[in-house]
Design a protein around this ligand. Structure first.
Ligand code: AMP
Ligand code: AMP
Length: 360
């Protein structure tokens, strides 16, 4: 694991002119815009062919183009980034393209947030321990298809991004559907063996975004989104009678995000869950959660939250709120996106000599 002390020394060597840098993907627009609003220089690290949004929205003072995002781990690229005084803001694409191992061992650049907690979101078992320790309900789960009792969602490991998920009622249904998917080449034998079979939670999804300020020791609630997923969100527009014999396989590939505001009485539990996540994080991965995180939940008709995932960094579900969310507006007035909140915390930490509270 890359040592925090080393990273803080690098930040010291930068002096006053720190550049907030991030991969040009995922939530980079608001990260860079927010950093600029807080007075930082900005750098977008782009993959060849994917620069256009960062150029056209003019959010980056500088654009570095790589053949592949993974090249950010190359020695000469890291050297160049240090020369440009880069402080990295991690997001979902950094995890997807660089990988957890790369972030922990090879990305020798200071980053915002706690590097060592990212593994707890990347590993399903660790993630479950974390949430359950915090008293947060999760869907029942099994690896053994014979144990299916009741409607279940079959999920595949890794970055399949919701592709190929399917719903089953029982073991026979699982066998029938998984062999059909295999025959079509949509999944492999290995996928089936490693599938996670999860209790299907009837309800609606809410992705809850929080910010934990370690400077103020307070969890702020930032906003809610739900994902817009192809094709499942379109399938429901086909009348049931036509759906039944359409033979369209559902998929859950995220293509956008939709903002949500929660019924106000849900906020009590929302804050309680955020506080618990942070409390537990301090013991499992010291110094614990620092900055942005997101709890991905279903809410059922009893107004109970059932979480199926946690992200220990900014999520793209904050993108509908580049000008601030209904909640951040109450705390901060207009204009406080999650990207900007991250930069504000970095600025406050630097100004008060408390880098250690947010940079690792
Ligand atoms: P991309 O840069 O679009 O190829 O996405 C990289 C990773 O970030 C993938 O694992 C995506 O699933 C995730 N991701 C990108 N955009 C979103 C989004 N709007 N909502 C949720 N996840 C996203
Ligand atoms: P994931 O890839 O885990 O983020 O999930 C993709 C989609 O499946 C999300 O829109 C979730 O709302 C939905 N989903 C995930 N887990 C469950 C579950 N246990 N029950 C019902 N829906 C779920």
């Amino acid at each position: 694991m890359i040592k925090q002390k080393e990273m803080l020394d690098i930040v010291d060597s930068y002096g006053d002119n720190i550049t907030i840098a991030t991969l040009g993907s995922h939530s980079a627009l608001q990260i860079l815009k927010g950093a600029r609003d807080e007075g930082f220089s900005t750098l977008a690290i782009c993959e060849k062919g994917r620069e256009v949004a960062y150029k056209r929205f003019r959010v980056a003072d500088d654009i570095m183009t790589l053949n592949s995002f993974k090249d950010v781990l190359n020695g000469d690229v890291i050297e160049e980034l240090r020369a440009r005084k880069a402080l990295i803001v991690p997001h979902g694409s950094l995890l997807a393209y660089v990988g957890i191992q790369g972030i922990e061992e090879e990305l020798v650049l200071p980053m915002v947030g706690n590097r060592s907690i990212l593994r707890w979101e990347a590993d399903r078992n660790l993630e479950r321990q974390w949430l359950e320790k915090g008293g947060i309900r999760m869907p029942r789960e099994t690896k053994n298809p014979r144990e299916i009792n009741g409607l279940s969602l079959v999920k595949f490991p890794g970055a399949k991004g919701g592709r190929g998920y399917f719903i089953v009622k029982n073991y026979a249904d699982f066998q029938r559907k998984s062999s059909k998917m295999r025959e079509k080449g949509k999944i492999t034998v290995d996928d089936v063996a490693n599938a996670t079979i999860q209790e299907y939670i009837p309800g609606v999804n809410m992705y809850l975004s929080y910010f934990y300020s370690s400077l103020r020791d307070e969890v702020e609630f930032f906003g809610i989104d739900r994902r817009y997923e192809a094709n499942i969100d379109g399938l429901t527009r086909i009348p049931a009678i036509d759906q039944a014999d359409s033979f369209i396989e559902p998929s859950y590939v995220v293509v956008g995000n939709i903002p949500i505001v929660a019924r106000e009485s849900l906020l009590t539990r929302i804050f309680e869950m955020g506080d618990e996540i942070v409390r537990v994080s301090k013991s499992i991965a010291p110094p614990g959660m620092l900055g942005a995180f997101c709890l991905e939940t279903m809410v059922d008709q009893n107004m109970e939250f059932i979480a199926f995932e946690i992200s220990a960094r900014i999520v793209a579900g904050t993108n509908p709120f580049t000008g601030g969310s209904p909640y951040s507006r109450i705390m901060y007035g207009p204009g406080m996106s999650m990207g900007r909140r991250i930069a504000r915390e970095v600025k406050d930490a630097l100004d008060s000599g408390r880098k250690k509270a947010i940079i690792t």
